[in-house]
Design a protein around this ligand. Structure first.
Ligand SMILES: Nc1ncnc2c1ncn2[C@@H]1O[C@H](COP(=O)(O)OP(=O)(O)OP(=O)(O)O)[C@@H](O)[C@H]1O
Ligand SMILES: [Mg+2]
Length: 169
């Protein structure tokens, strides 16, 4: 079930990174963020911005073949592990069991998931970011906070205000 929505224009990749940074600061530990959109929409670019904002300085590879890449970071002095999934190559939701998906869900971890549509019925996002390609360098993002966002602690109102303040992202 989905709840509040917010649309944001992202004229260039720097704006996508800025949006990712705001979400990285706000997304509660223990939650899932889904990244939705066609090939080349900028899902991995968003994940890169998210990780950079949390201080990760190394490369951020697309986990298309490995299914998941994990990064240890700190946020506000608290250790946090970011698991970046790309489920594009998943043939069946049951394959999640082979990689021990449920074990990645921990109170000190955030899951970024590209192609969540490959695992219907198995995932529960606090927030979905849908990316549309609107031009060679531009994207439109739609943020959708889900019903479980409330118990997961995402303050979508404050996040929306910050995004609107960045405004001319
Ligand atoms: N505003 C923008 N935001 C994000 N990426 C952009 C933007 N403008 C151009 N790009 C480019 O679009 C491409 C996005 O590629 P990326 O790998 O992030 O897509 P993806 O959605 O992860 O695709 P896939 O489904 O294949 O994993 C990159 O080459 C990036 O430089
Ligand atoms: Mg990708």
């Amino acid at each position: 079930m989905s709840g509040a929505r917010l649309g944001v224009d992202l004229p260039d990749e720097t704006c996508t990174a800025a949006l990712a940074a705001l979400i990285a600061a706000a997304l509660p530990a223990g939650s899932e963020l889904h990244l939705v959109g066609p090939l080349g929409a900028g899902k991995t670019a968003f994940a890169r911005g998210f990780l950079r904002a949390l201080g990760h300085r190394g490369p951020v590879k697309s986990p298309t073949f490995t299914l998941v890449e994990s990064y240890d970071v700190t946020r506000d002095g608290v250790a946090l592990t970011i698991h970046h999934f790309d489920l594009y190559r998943l043939a069946d939701a049951d394959e999640l069991d082979f990689i021990g998906f449920d074990d990645y869900h921990r109170p000190d971890a955030v899951l970024l998931i590209e192609w969540p549509s490959r695992a219907p019925g198995r995932l529960a996002p606090a927030l979905v970011v849908e990316l549309e390609i609107t031009g060679p360098t531009s994207r439109h993002a739609t943020l959708i906070a889900h019903a479980d966002a409330q118990w997961s602690g995402l303050d979508f109102g404050t996040l929306s205000t910050r995004i609107n303040e960045l405004g001319k992202l």
